[in-house]
Design a protein around this ligand. Structure first.
Ligand code: DX5
Ligand code: ZN
Length: 236
């Protein structure tokens, strides 16, 4: 059985994932960017066709790494003209969801492995006017989110373990994208080890949002972002 996200109603704010259609797009992950120049780094990737910013939040509990929170999200959202997607890799995401909504992010995804009451988290995100997503760690079965699908606007299939940039792509995640595609119509993002080589494999399997950190920021962000998007679009 396939589930769809609730259809947008008249008067709803414009949404990124809800209006994606069948496009394949690119999103730089700021984790690999120069944190002292975040807005400029994002603009560089935007010149390469990026249409969304992926903002990794890590708490040193769910993952062994620590990044940035709502204050930095607010500054970045105000400084760039791309929607910001917050990926909460943290325990107790509900405690910070309101602050990220207040910060002006466009979408928020949580890790269902640690969301105690996933429905409540998703509802909290949507009721704040943001799109709601789930990010699945590599060994998390897609079936875990089956009963949450009516409340989900996008699924992030992680192709590395959450916590760090620059890890090796886990090849089994191509089949996982196919499996997620089979159970839902919402757009699928892929996150971790995405390069011009792995992007086409994921796009061919049904992924539409190509999130890439080190592959974008370890070179010229505009050039590298464009390479990844074009590689993915070639197979879509
Ligand atoms: C990992 C993060 C990813 C990460 C991807 O926990 O969720 O967004 O930045 O980095 P790369 O593209 O370098 O694998
Ligand atoms: Zn991420």
């Amino acid at each position: 059985m396939r589930f769809s996200a609730a259809l947008p109603q008249e008067g709803d704010p414009l949404t990124y994932f809800g209006q994606l259609g069948d496009r394949v797009v690119g999103a730089p992950s700021i984790l690999a960017a120069d944190f002292a120049n975040l807005a400029e780094e994002v603009r560089r990737a935007q010149r390469g066709g990026a249409s969304l910013v992926h903002f990794d939040v890590m708490d040193n509990h769910f993952v062994p790494n620590l990044t940035v929170g709502p204050a930095v999200a607010a500054s970045l959202a105000a400084a760039v003209d791309l929607p910001v997607d917050a990926h909460l890799q943290m325990t107790d995401p509900d405690s910070l969801i309101p602050a990220f909504i207040q910060a002006g992010v466009a979408s928020i995804c949580v890790q269902p492995e640690i969301a105690t009451h996933l429905h409540r988290s998703l509802d909290l995100i949507r009721s704040g006017g943001c799109e709601a997503g789930v990010a699945l760690s590599p060994t998390t079965p897609p079936e875990l989110i089956e009963w949450a699908l009516p409340y989900i606007d996008y699924v992030n299939v992680m192709s590395v373990n959450p916590g760090f940039g620059g890890q090796d792509f886990i090849p089994e995640m191509v089949s996982k994208v196919r499996r997620v595609k089979h159970i839902t119509d919402v757009p699928i993002a892929v996150d971790g080890g995405i390069t011009a080589e792995t992007a086409p494999l994921m796009a061919e399997a049904g992924a539409q949002i190509l999130i890439a950190g080190s592959a974008v920021f370890n070179g010229d962000p505009a050039t590298e972002m464009r390479k990844i998007i074009e590689a993915g679009q070639h197979f879509s």
